[in-house]
Design a protein around this ligand. Structure first.
Ligand code: DP6
Length: 370
């Protein structure tokens, strides 16, 4: 008897150009393109094991050891339906001897090696790992079970990103390492709304991300609910979609390709600022940052001001997702200075469970292949 089981893992990604708003909430089609950096640190990953067996009476999912309900026609259900369809069309219809895994139920267990509620993008790594794991089980790709830096994604990673996207928009970007764009596409069927790698991690190894966990609590307004309210009520979002993001996408892509940290940092900070302005322009308004987040912005702004005066260059870029936690991009030579500076303002007792305190800092490593 053969055992049909695979394990795959996927890392967290942090957007420099933010995805915020859907034009189709079922297919998860965004109102603008976005671009992110996939983090390499091994302790910021989701790992998913999927098993298929003809004796399973229903498909079940465990998240961090706790069984979750799979809602009919919910996001997970739709991702699995897409994967089954791909299995049938790409494998079983072509090879009559292939076992009919598409008709068997699945047992799926997924773990995050970071607290799910840490305010980090657990849905992105989670749905990416799940898609990669089931795709590997179904023989749809060549994802290795533990991706290494030398691994280059197969051609199908973009196709699989179409599926991960339907679990959580930002998940499509976690199927690639390095620098990743999610092209919004135009087609109503969403077939052109997919992730592409702009540059591999090896392209800019000196770029690092520092994660500052300001608050590990669950966020007040979820991304899903918040962004739809923004779509319904914010006029600033319309300006962002039409007049701002398209040129920023090309400018940041150029900055990445030419390893121009000044441009990369400026665009990243401006886009974070505008995303939070759009959240504030939502009615009722959404506040994701808190006083500590704003203090981090002030510290980085002052650090950059002094550096520009002395050297003509920026040294760091902050960015904030739908919560108060900061991610700071910088180059290797400045990591120590920045950590020392932040620790000066926010002393941390690392021994006291960093994720549960008001401020914790750890290095997110540099972008790594997924
Ligand atoms: C602020 O991908 O979590 O992190 O598609 O509804 O699951 P859904 O939303 P999600 O939104 C992420 C929003 C963001 C920006 C980004 O990652 O681009």
């Amino acid at each position: 008897m053969s055992l049909y089981q695979t394990t795959a893992s996927a890392p967290v990604n942090i957007a420099c150009i933010k995805y915020w708003g859907k034009r189709d909430t079922t297919l998860i089609l965004p109102t603008n393109s976005s671009l992110s950096v996939t983090l390499s640190q091994d302790n910021l990953r989701s790992t998913t094991t999927s098993r298929s067996d003809s004796s399973f009476t229903k498909t079940r999912l465990w998240l961090n050891g706790v069984e979750e309900e799979i809602k009919p026609n919910g996001r997970l259900d739709r991702c699995l339906a897409e994967l089954r369809k791909m299995r049938k069309e790409n494998v079983e219809d072509k090879n009559p001897n292939a076992p009919k895994l598409n008709t068997w139920n699945l047992h799926i267990a997924s773990y995050n090696n970071f607290p799910t509620a840490a305010g980090l993008a657990s849905s992105a790594s989670g749905f990416a790992a799940l898609t990669a794991s089931v795709a590997a089980l179904y023989g749809l790709n060549s994802f290795p079970s533990s991706p290494s830096t030398s691994y280059s994604p197969p051609a199908t990673a973009s196709q699989l990103s179409l599926i991960a996207r339907q679990g959580s928009g930002s998940a499509c970007r976690s199927l690639f390492g390095g620098f990743v764009a999610w092209e919004m596409g135009n087609n109503p069927d969403g077939k052109d709304s997919l992730a592409v790698q702009v540059a591999p991690e090896s392209h800019w190894p000196s770029l690092h991300a520092l994660i500052c966990v300001v608050n590990s609590g669950k966020k007040g307004t979820s991304s899903t609910a918040g962004m739809q309210n923004t779509v319904l009520t914010s006029s600033l979002l319309q300006h962002r979609i039409k007049d701002v993001v398209p040129s920023r996408m090309s400018a940041i892509t150029q900055a990445i390709l030419s390893k121009d940290f000044d441009s990369f940092a400026k665009i990243t900070m401006q886009d974070s600022n505008q995303f939070h302005a759009v959240a504030l322009d939502t009615f009722p308004p959404i506040f994701y940052m808190n006083d500590v987040s704003r203090a981090i912005i002030a510290i980085i702004t002052e650090l950059n001001r002094v550096s520009v005066e002395e050297t003509g260059h920026l040294v760091a870029a902050y960015t904030f997702d739908a919560g108060p936690n900061a991610v700071i991009y910088t180059e290797a030579e400045h990591i120590k200075t920045i950590i020392q500076l932040l620790l000066n303002y926010f002393p941390i007792d690392f021994a006291a469970a960093p994720f549960h305190d008001s401020f914790a800092l750890f290095e997110g490593g540099h972008p790594k292949a997924a």
